[in-house]
Write a protein that binds this ligand. Structure first.
Ligand code: RIB
Ligand code: CA
Length: 309
């Protein structure tokens, strides 16, 4: 059994990642912390609560996190590109019914930092900007020796970015936060575009999910249809956030190398994840970077996911 906390900017691929974590019996989902990115942090909370209700997982607590990047002075407002890919409120062109539940009164930083102080037998998976985690490391330096695992979906080391040639969206939205986490020396795995753009979800997956006739099946299937139409515009699309959750269950689907990574924060390539050449010969503070993936294994895993819907 794997204990997980998810940190989500709950748009469409985050919703699929959440559904896998909520339904796979090998995962014990301890809680979900929300962040901004594809949507505002409040929309992320709304979507997460609504989806957990459809998934019959109202036992999973949801926490509101930071509403903006570390150095930003105003609440993050998603830009048009993100709104186009994930829909106006992050759920494509359907409206998610409001959950009867509210977010916990404790905020994401207090919840997650105190959990990290109490135990290290869990993995934190981030699928949006890493502001919540960076805030924790800034506030509680003692947690830099935390022994649990972190998996982040983000970055593009050997391929081009998806915001510009250098940067991937999650890192680009808060490079300072990503740099703090990535250079922290914690046990960190990067699931970046290097692998997530090599695998596919298909229109036939959306059809299968809708055919389950459950509300969650119809909802996730319609959201995936919207995502297919608005990402590659084809009957197939990339597998970003679900890959991070799948990697926690099946690291053997991926090939990793350990590298001393950093994040550019200054120049034209702000938001770029890159090897820190100054630390190349040192063997500490390394990040496990997924550079290859068994495409068939990921796609087969996803093709069986309908059984949970
Ligand atoms: O670059 C892909 C990432 O950006 C995914 O996490 C997607 O949900 C968006 O946040
Ligand atoms: Ca995401």
């Amino acid at each position: 059994m794997i204990n997980l906390v998810l940190d989500l900017d709950t748009g469409i691929d985050d919703a699929i990642a959440l559904s896998i974590a909520a339904k796979d019996e090998r995962i014990n989902l301890l809680g979900v912390t929300c962040t901004y990115g594809n949507v505002t942090v409040d929309e992320s909370v709304y979507n997460t609560l609504a989806l957990l209700s459809l998934l019959n997982r109202i036992d999973v607590p949801v926490y509101r996190g930071r509403d903006r990047a570390l150095i930003s002075t105003s609440t993050y407002v998603p830009h048009e590109a993100g709104r186009k890919i994930h829909g106006k409120k992050g759920s494509g062109d359907i409206s998610l019914k409001e959950s009867k539940r509210k977010a916990e009164t404790t905020n994401a930083i207090d919840y997650l930092s105190s959990l990290m102080m109490k135990r290290d037998d869990f993995t934190i998976i981030t699928t949006g900007p890493m502001t919540n985690l960076a805030s924790i490391l800034l506030s509680y330096p003692s947690l830099s020796t935390w022994k649990g695992k972190i998996i982040f979906m983000g970055g593009a080391l050997t391929v081009r970015g998806n915001v510009n040639h250098f940067s991937e969206a999650n890192i680009y939205k808060d490079p300072e936060a990503a740099k703090i986490v990535i250079e922290s020396g914690l046990d960190i795995t990067m699931i970046g575009l290097d692998v997530t753009e090599r695998t596919r979800l298909y229109r036939k997956d959306a059809e299968k999910w809708k055919n389950r006739k459950s509300e969650i099946g119809r909802t996730l299937g319609s959201m995936l249809d919207y995502y297919l139409d608005n990402t590659l515009g084809l009957d197939e699309t990339y597998v970003h956030d679900p890959s991070a959750v799948i990697s926690s269950l099946h690291p053997e689907f991926f090939s990793f190398i350990s590298l001393p990574l950093t994040v550019e924060t200054e120049s034209i390539d702000r938001g770029r994840v890159i090897v820190d050449e100054k630390r190349l010969m040192e063997r500490d503070k390394m990040v496990k970077v997924a550079l290859d993936v068994d495409r068939n294994k990921i796609e087969t895993f996803l093709s069986h996911f309908d059984k949970y819907l």
